[in-house]
Design a protein around this ligand. Structure first.
Ligand SMILES: NC(=O)c1ccc[n+]([C@@H]2O[C@H](COP(=O)([O-])OP(=O)(O)OC[C@H]3O[C@@H](n4cnc5c(N)ncnc54)[C@H](OP(=O)(O)O)[C@@H]3O)[C@@H](O)[C@H]2O)c1
Length: 300
């Protein structure tokens, strides 16, 4: 390993002063009560303090049981963990609609507040992606979240899958309410310089999802990429660790998903540094432009 800085405890300071762990656990497709319980158990033991879910993942309720059972086991309190959930594309709308969705998530999670509430996707369910109506509804949704935040019901608000255009639209519509976080697909085969620059300039933290290419079998392309492999060998780490560290070294937070205790540990054990030359080699993979998840660029 190239260096020994402990990154498992690193935090990013969001634009309202809230501190967010740089590494969290993704929970997409972890769908049973037992799987959530054992995964959260392994994650807390390994040092994870951020848990990422969404209304559409259908596991908020299982997380409630896991937190109730496991936080005492590790001597932790609610405020020791950071919980992110997301407003479903079918719950875009005005303040009443967004508040109902938020309160439903709180009830499912058994929490009084979430640390970060995100608009899951810039598009609205049942509205064609290219329909300009998306802009109006999205602006209402963002204003709704801003109002919930102003009332102290949420610690921080943000968005997910927003392009620069979507960010500009909602910030302008709310006269300057800037999302704290934009959670987006981000890995060496797919990352966006313009988005990185815009977020840096405006104090928005980028949080990567699909760091390994996601949960489908096609993610093997990225995990088996020769460049990623050779860097992993050189530093005696795994490809997964290289992919996560590549993001973190750009100031991008990560939320890898695993249900395997060994991998859960591995994904937060990132005390090495990828030298600049290897970062450049990884960045060069961006030419492949392979996207694994849904595409927000088509949304008006
Ligand atoms: N906002 C959005 O629209 C959006 C979209 C997608 C995802 N997300 C969030 O981001 C999180 C991460 O993305 P993701 O779940 O799509 O995919 P991911 O984290 O890129 O990849 C997960 C896959 O990699 C495997 N894996 C994990 N650690 C590994 C390791 N060390 N070595 C080898 N394989 C490993 C996992 O299998 P095992 O479980 O068997 O280890 C799983 O199949 C999600 O869980 C979710 O919370 C958000």
């Amino acid at each position: 390993m190239a260096s020994n800085t402990n990154v498992s405890k690193t935090k990013f300071t969001l634009n309202n002063g809230t501190e967010m762990p740089a590494i969290g656990l993704g929970t997409f497709r972890i769908k049973t009560e037992n799987a959530i319980m054992s995964t959260v158990d392994s994650a807390l033991a390994a040092g994870y303090r951020l848990f990422d879910t969404a209304a559409v993942y259908g596991n908020e309720f299982y997380l409630k049981n896991a937190f109730r059972t496991l936080l005492p086991k590790y001597g932790l309190r609610r405020e020791d963990i950071f919980v992110t959930t997301k407003l479903s594309p079918s719950n875009h709308g005005n303040r009443d609609v967004t508040e109902r969705a938020y309160r439903k998530s709180l009830q499912n999670l058994g929490l009084d507040y979430v640390d970060l509430y995100l608009i899951h996707f810039p598009g609205t369910a049942n509205t064609a992606a290219d329909d300009i109506l998306n802009v109006k509804i999205r602006d209402q949704t963002w204003a709704g979240l801003a109002s919930l935040y102003d009332e102290g019901l949420i610690k921080a608000i943000g968005v997910s899958n927003f392009t620069v255009r979507h960010l500009q639209q909602v910030i302008s519509a709310t006269h300057g309410v800037v999302p704290a976080v934009n959670q987006v697909e981000w890995h060496p085969y797919y990352f966006q310089h313009d988005l990185m620059e815009y977020c840096k300039r405006n104090g928005i933290v980028l949080q990567a999802y699909c760091s390994f290419g996601g949960t489908s079998s096609s993610n093997m392309n990225l995990m088996q990429d020769p460049v990623v492999n050779s860097i992993a060998k050189k530093f005696d780490v795994t490809c997964a660790q290289v992919l996560l560290k590549w993001a973190l070294q750009q100031g991008v937070a990560v939320i890898p998903k695993s249900t395997d205790p060994q991998r859960i540990k591995e994904n937060i054990s990132l005390n090495f540094t990828i030298p600049n030359g290897d970062i450049i080699a990884l960045n060069a993979l961006g030419e492949r432009n392979i996207k694994y998840a849904w595409d927000p660029s088509v949304v008006a």
